[in-house]
Design a protein around this ligand. Structure first.
Ligand SMILES: Nc1ncnc2c1ncn2[C@@H]1O[C@H](COP(=O)(O)OP(=O)(O)OP(=O)(O)O)[C@@H](O)[C@H]1O
Length: 290
């Protein structure tokens, strides 16, 4: 079930198209990674989805309750984390018990009485997530939640997102870090230069698992590979090995067929493309179309 979606969403600033006909959907229960380099249009898209700015054309809607951490959370520096959340809770008519629940959720309960001012950046971000979780919204939107954090803070934030997802929380997060998205997201929308290049699961995006085969003589190996994986299912890698689009459990079949064809097998391994490779391939394809 879709909890948030955009349809041909567009935002123009002067002569700059910040977001260009973006159509995306976030489904209930998933961690959706909105992935793209700085300036790609992620924040602008999220702000339109949250109704903070108006689209130039197209539409964006969240069909459910939403909590968000979108720009550096505005907390009072001299109040404690707990007191800051209480201010927000009063403002929104929520009980103090909700403050305690979300402080526990982001693992800040024991530091809740410290002044916000003295928090590390990671703790400040986690307090921001706590604020977004107040009132138990079905969807939470996190704009670059790990940006600026040190490695430990990033790891904490990733663990928190994974933990929220395990509890059934739907999360939409933006990131320019491929490794991060690969690690914690179920589905990804790749955005560059305002345009959504692709939307799919992380696994689909990487093109599934393929088998890397190193065998000689090469022409005979290629013929066998094509017979098993189809003409379109074989690529030759730069080092001369063959990449077959076949699931890893077909490795024994491939080995047998090669041996039967009197081909010497030097290596058969499962090879998965990293999201990084796919991303650069995608963005360079886009360049060449221009
Ligand atoms: N209020 C604004 N006025 C003019 N241009 C803007 C405005 N907001 C964003 N832009 C431009 O729109 C483009 C997309 O910006 P946006 O902040 O959405 O990108 P982003 O992917 O979130 O990048 P970052 O991670 O750097 O925030 C950029 O070129 C930016 O300069």
């Amino acid at each position: 079930m879709t909890v948030a979606s955009t349809e041909s969403l567009t935002k123009v600033y002067g002569d700059r198209v910040a977001v260009d006909k973006v159509t995306m959907t976030v489904r209930r229960g998933e961690v959706y990674g909105f992935l793209g380099p700085n300036g790609a249009g992620k924040t602008t898209t999220l702000r339109m989805l949250l109704g903070l700015i108006r689209p130039t054309s197209g539409s964006a809607r969240a069909s459910t309750s939403v909590g968000a951490l979108i720009e550096g959370p505005g907390f009072f520096p001299y109040l404690s984390g707990r007191a800051n959340l209480k201010v927000l809770a009063r403002h929104r008519g929520l009980p103090d018990s909700e403050v305690e629940r979300v402080l526990e959720r982001v693992d800040l309960a024991s530091r809740g009485d410290d002044r916000f001012k003295g928090y590390s950046l990671g703790m400040k971000q986690r307090l921001g997530v706590a604020a977004a979780l107040m009132g138990d919204p079905e969807l939470i939107v996190l704009d670059e939640p790990t940006n600026g954090l040190d490695p430990a803070g990033m790891a904490d934030m990733r663990a928190l997102v994974v933990d929220l997802a395990r509890g059934g929380q739907t999360v939409l997060l933006s990131s320019h870090l491929l490794a991060e998205v690969q690690e914690i997201c179920h589905r990804v929308g790749v955005i560059d230069d305002g345009r959504l290049l692709r939307e799919s699961t992380v696994a689909e995006l990487r093109g599934g698992v393929s088998l890397r085969v190193r065998a000689t003589p090469e022409p005979e190996a290629l013929a066998v590979a094509m017979r098993l994986a189809g003409d379109d299912g074989v690529r030759r890698d730069t080092d001369g090995s063959l990449l077959l689009t076949l699931p890893a459990d077909r490795a024994p079949d491939v080995a047998r067929a090669l041996v039967e064809a009197r081909v010497d097998v030097h290596e058969i391994t499962a090879a998965e493309r990293s999201l990084e490779e796919v991303f650069f391939e995608m963005t360079s394809q886009k360049e060449s179309v221009r």
